[in-house]
Design a protein around this ligand. Structure first.
Ligand SMILES: Cc1cc2nc3c(=O)[nH]c(=O)nc-3n(C[C@H](O)[C@H](O)[C@H](O)COP(=O)(O)OP(=O)(O)OC[C@H]3O[C@@H](n4cnc5c(N)ncnc54)[C@H](O)[C@@H]3O)c2cc1C
Length: 336
């Protein structure tokens, strides 16, 4: 493992311009267990699409670039595939569609690595990645010891898992095993926007993937053109009692049922506070999609974007008494 100095502007989707003193490209599976021998503080980096750097990392940045897919077992109906952590998520989804393996099509065009997908249990258009995960494997960062967690042991929740809680900063994910359908695919068009894009009433997994790709391209800014990390905030889940009070004050307040209370679309709250297009420093709330904060000038600092995020949180709190939680990992705050 060679340690080099590197600029990581192209390795974080906000496009924050930073020089890292110690950087390792981890390309070899056998290096996962050796990280502990470096005796260094480590910061793991995948596709850099869910992280906002407000300063240059002092840790040794380990960029996960391992590749490989292998079929663990299969029968007439299902295939079990183990995928290396450094595989690109969207390329893996497209590969599955080419093989006619179903389950991940609604998660097309989400940036990032396969190995990072379980951490916040990525989700979109009615599907969460946990629905297709059998197990997650990796190593203890300090111990170098291998582990394998079954789906149930990962404590998956809405944009949440054990890797954001008990195991936060303690493990490195090296591979994920998925269970996908080979026939009788469970096509999920529960989101009206997907249905509206489909011409057939019996769509294939490729039709669904293409519809999702089209919708996402229309709705979300391309991070290769405008720096962003997708949804900056989680959709808040509020207690039923607070919901009843707010609904009286704001009868138009949209909501969705949730196991722990009522889910409110964060984008709607931000939009209603009049913040679409709001600018601070070189950062801005996206004009079309209020949930997305962008590096508008291309020269925004991480602190510009963080200050904007805090301003959005305060404005929503003042107007709706709702606390928005950031979905994006903020460096260094989220790592200590
Ligand atoms: C345009 C856009 C759209 C998006 N849309 C969605 C969406 O629809 N749904 C959704 O859920 N998310 C979405 N996201 C967020 C993001 O794509 C996902 O969270 C993705 O899984 C992040 O992967 P990454 O490899 O880029 O993670 P990174 O940003 O590189 O890392 C995220 C965190 O994981 C840690 N980490 C990285 N690799 C490992 C590893 N191997 N083991 C342990 N820890 C590790 C990092 O230290 C960091 O804390 C979107 C982002 C963008 C830019």
């Amino acid at each position: 493992m060679k340690i080099i100095q590197k600029n990581i502007k192209n390795l974080n989707t906000f496009g924050i311009d930073l020089e890292v003193k110690e950087f390792i490209s981890l390309t070899d599976e056998s290096d996962f267990s050796k990280l502990s021998e470096l005796n260094k503080q480590i910061l793991l980096l995948g596709g850099g699409s869910n992280i906002l750097f407000t300063e240059a990392p002092k840790e040794c940045v380990v960029h996960i670039e391992t590749k490989g897919k292998s079929i663990v077992k299969q029968d007439d109906s299902f295939v079990y595939i183990e995928v290396a952590s450094g595989e690109n998520w969207h390329e893996f989804v497209l590969w599955c569609i080419d093989q006619n393996y179903g389950g991940l099509e609604n998660l097309s065009l989400i940036p990032g690595n396969v190995g990072t997908a379980p951490i916040q249990n990525i989700g979109a258009y009615g599907v969460e990645v946990k629905d297709c995960i059998i197990s997650v494997s990796g190593y203890g960062l300090e111990t170098g010891k291998p582990f394998k967690l079954k789906n149930k042991e990962c404590d998956f929740g809405y944009r949440n898992s054990i890797f954001k809680n008990e195991l936060k900063g303690k493990t490195i994910i090296s591979s994920v095993v998925f269970k996908l359908t080979k026939k009788a695919h469970q096509i999920n068009t529960s989101y009206g926007v997907i249905k509206a894009k489909l011409s057939s009433s019996t769509p294939s997994i490729r039709d669904v993937s293409n519809a999702v790709i089209t919708i996402r391209k229309e709705k979300l800014p391309d991070p290769n053109i405008i720096g962003n990390a997708g949804s900056f905030f989680k959709n808040p889940i509020i207690p039923n009692s607070l919901f009843r009070v707010l609904k009286e004050r704001h009868p138009e307040l949209p909501s969705y049922p949730s196991d722990d209370g009522v889910k409110i679309p964060a984008g709607w709250l931000i939009d209603k506070c009049g913040l679409k297009g709001y600018e601070l420093g070189g950062a801005s709330v996206h004009k079309k999609q209020a949930l997305v904060l962008i590096n508008k000038s291309g020269k925004a600092t991480g602190n510009d974007i963080l200050s904007l995020a805090k301003y959005v949180q305060k404005t929503v709190r003042d107007n709706y008494e709702i606390e928005l939680e950031m979905e994006v990992n903020i460096y260094p705050q989220s790592f200590r």
